[in-house]
Design a protein around this ligand. Structure first.
Ligand code: SF4
Length: 392
């Protein structure tokens, strides 16, 4: 809990905060923390639950609008806190309707969030870190150093700001929501920032919060094996694994984290993921890279690898980005690959690329765009990978 709880009416820190207009945002605080704020300000404990509902379920952006709170309490809250969202520095809309926001935080760091509307659902892809410690070679974010973890407030702020933009407050209860699903597949490795991610997701899942069911939330990991079980036990959300290779040799090259947590351990963690069953399967993401991981032998090896794992595949045609050395497999190759998995009774749809024109598709997110030649960008990407691998 931040030290904001200690800011009371006579506290000089509060005066300084007010004078400098740096009131902290309460976004990201859970019900217990909001209850503590109410009690610290001399109010009854149940006021915390009221604030929680106003903020996360009704989406108000001003304490003034919390009409069932006493007037003087609303004034004191206004003097002390904000309910501010991250700033939308840029919003782009793809020709297919996909939206991408570049959100800016108080320290001027930025992260990207993507909304993908479909006929039956709308999926928000959120980021958990600015940059990433990992160096997955097919991923644009992987060329950006980890700047820092996002806080729970900054993670949930992406959901709140997206819903502001979609005009979805108060939370619809009649099945007409545009934003129905959340995936942690944006920038960063969510299991390297699990505490903040978990706190944000608990608020997202709360019935009197944003009220998105755990069944509609998917956490995607590159394979941080020791944290996978914890994720299943504490959050019980759906799990997706960035698999992308059928053997350790190829995966070590594409995803250096595999050297630490090889496929055998990763598959074991998948078999033991709490709540996994034939009705609730793990999604294995597999990006199709020409000449790298797309052979018929790779497909046959995958069939053997995932034996006994309740899973389905998502075959992802590679989405290009500036400076990448990779190309997407041909449609014919992807079709053949899919046939081999399908013949082994493995569900394996080919993902339709979305938002490619605004670099919002899977693996394309990165902040701080660079205006460099293709050669310079390739050189820069190689250098970034080399530096980050040296750090691992
Ligand atoms: S795929 Fe995920 S874990 Fe790997 S570099 Fe990209 S953001 Fe990081």
């Amino acid at each position: 809990m931040p030290n904001t709880l200690q800011i009371d009416q006579d506290d000089p820190a509060r005066q300084v905060a007010l004078a400098n207009n740096i009131r902290p945002s309460i976004l990201g605080l859970d019900k217990a923390e909001l209850t503590a704020i109410a009690e610290n300000m001399g109010e009854k404990a149940y006021r915390g639950a009221q604030i929680f509902q106003w903020v996360y379920n009704r989406g108000v952006q001003s304490f003034e609008d919390m009409s069932d709170l006493p007037n003087d309490f609303r004034d004191r809250l206004t003097d002390t806190y904000t309910i501010s969202r991250p700033e939308s520095v840029q919003e782009q809309i793809s020709e297919d309707g996909t939206r991408k926001w570049l959100f800016g935080y108080r320290d001027r760091q930025k992260a990207e969030t993507v909304f993908i509307p479909e006929d039956e659902r709308g999926t928000l892809c959120i980021s958990s870190q600015v940059g990433c410690t990992l160096t997955c070679r097919f991923c644009h974010t992987g060329t950006q150093r980890l700047v820092r973890n996002l806080t729970a407030g900054e993670i949930i702020g992406q959901v709140m700001a997206a819903r502001d933009s979609l005009g979805e407050w108060p939370t619809p209860t009649d099945g007409t929501r545009a934003l129905t699903n959340i995936v942690l597949m944006g920038m960063g490795e969510p299991l390297y920032n699990f505490d903040e991610v978990a706190k944000a997701m608990r608020i997202v899942m709360a019935g009197d919060g944003i009220a998105v069911s755990r069944r509609k939330i998917t956490l995607s990991t590159s394979g941080v094996v020791p944290e996978i079980k914890r994720c299943g036990e504490e959050l019980r959300v759906n799990l997706a694994i960035s698999l992308h290779a059928a053997n350790d040799e190829t995966r070590n090259m594409l995803m250096p984290i595999n050297k630490k947590y090889p496929l055998k351990d990763l598959m074991e963690a998948c078999r033991n993921y709490p709540g996994v069953s034939s009705a609730r399967r793990i999604t294995l993401e597999y990006v199709m890279l020409k000449g790298i991981n797309d052979s018929e032998q790779d497909a046959r090896d995958l069939v053997k690898l995932v034996k006994d794992v309740h899973c389905k595949f998502n075959l992802i045609p590679f989405n290009s980005w500036p400076g990448t050395p990779y190309e997407c497999s041909s449609t014919k190759t992807i079709g053949r690959f899919q046939d081999i998995l399908a013949r082994a009774s493995i569900t394996c749809p080919i993902r339709t690329p979305r938002g490619r024109d605004i670099l919002a598709a899977c693996g394309q997110l990165k902040t701080n765009s660079e205006k460099l030649s293709v050669r310079e960008r390739k050189a820069q990407a190689e250098k970034a990978w080399a530096e980050k691998e040296a750090e691992l």
